[in-house]
Write a protein that binds this ligand. Structure first.
Ligand SMILES: Cc1cc2nc3c(=O)[nH]c(=O)nc-3n(C[C@H](O)[C@H](O)[C@H](O)COP(=O)(O)O)c2cc1C
Length: 222
């Protein structure tokens, strides 16, 4: 698989089979992903890998917390800008509608939508997942570095025949995650990621997201 194949075949998967990924495979993906560039070679990424029972326990704790607080707490950072403008607002709306349309869940059916969304906090069925954190001292540049690292993880997963779902949804459970994984106070929980094998029979996995054409976001001068 070349880089273009990995990029083109990567898409967010929201239903996984129960097949376990060996620890060595995940460690190798992470080691290779850490060849990502970072300003000043800071390598500001941190990751907590949850396999099998360790994953189950986080899912269990979040399910318990959800009983009191179905949507979680305010995250420690703004997942989206507080006043999202166009064209971003429409893009966000469209992907949400397209996703629920694959499962025939209409806009009015808030309960069904919420239930599906809650699958985030079960890593969408994947028996393994990860939580990415970054120290609070880090600035925008280092968050970008973290993004490149996470991007590498997703592409290397493709090379290993695996699929992923990056998940900011985990950020609303920062307190539960911090307590369970003993995440130091100076680290902020950025996002999680489900990793495993896509369930090909799940309608939601048929979703292919749109992209704006190059002219909309690139300025090329000669
Ligand atoms: C940092 C990050 C966090 C995301 N968080 C979630 C999430 O919590 N739940 C989810 O279902 N998708 C999440 N996504 C997936 C995006 O919705 C998805 O990348 C986007 O719609 C484009 O679709 P594609 O990844 O299939 O190309 C996240 C993506 C990124 C990069």
């Amino acid at each position: 698989m070349n880089v273009s194949d990995a990029i083109r075949s990567r898409k967010t998967i929201r239903a996984f089979t129960g097949e376990r990924v060996p620890r060595a495979v995940i460690e190798r993906i992470l080691e290779t992903a850490a060849r990502a560039p970072s300003g000043g070679n800071l390598q500001p990424w941190k990751v907590y890998v949850l396999l099998g029972a360790a994953r189950d326990e986080l899912v269990r704790r979040v399910a318990e917390a959800r009983a009191h607080n179905p949507m979680g707490e305010a995250p420690e950072y703004h997942i989206y800008p507080p006043h999202l403008t166009e064209p971003y607002k429409t893009r966000r709306f469209r992907i949400g509608e397209a996703m629920y349309a694959t499962m025939n869940i209409p806009r009015e059916d808030k309960r069904a939508r919420l239930e599906f969304f809650g699958g985030n906090w079960e890593f969408f069925g994947a028996p393994q997942g990860m939580i990415f954190t970054i120290e609070r001292q880090m600035q925008q540049g280092q968050w970008a570095d973290l993004g490149m690292f996470i991007g590498n993880v997703m592409l290397l997963a493709r090379e290993a025949g695996l699929d992923t779902c990056p998940q900011e949804a985990w950020a609303v459970w920062h307190r539960v995650i911090r307590e369970y994984l003993n995440v130091p106070q100076n680290e902020m929980i950025f996002c999680g990621m489900a990793i495993g094998r896509a369930d090909p029979s799940a309608p939601v996995n048929a979703l292919v997201s749109e992209r704006a054409p190059l002219e909309e976001w690139a300025v090329v001068r000669e």
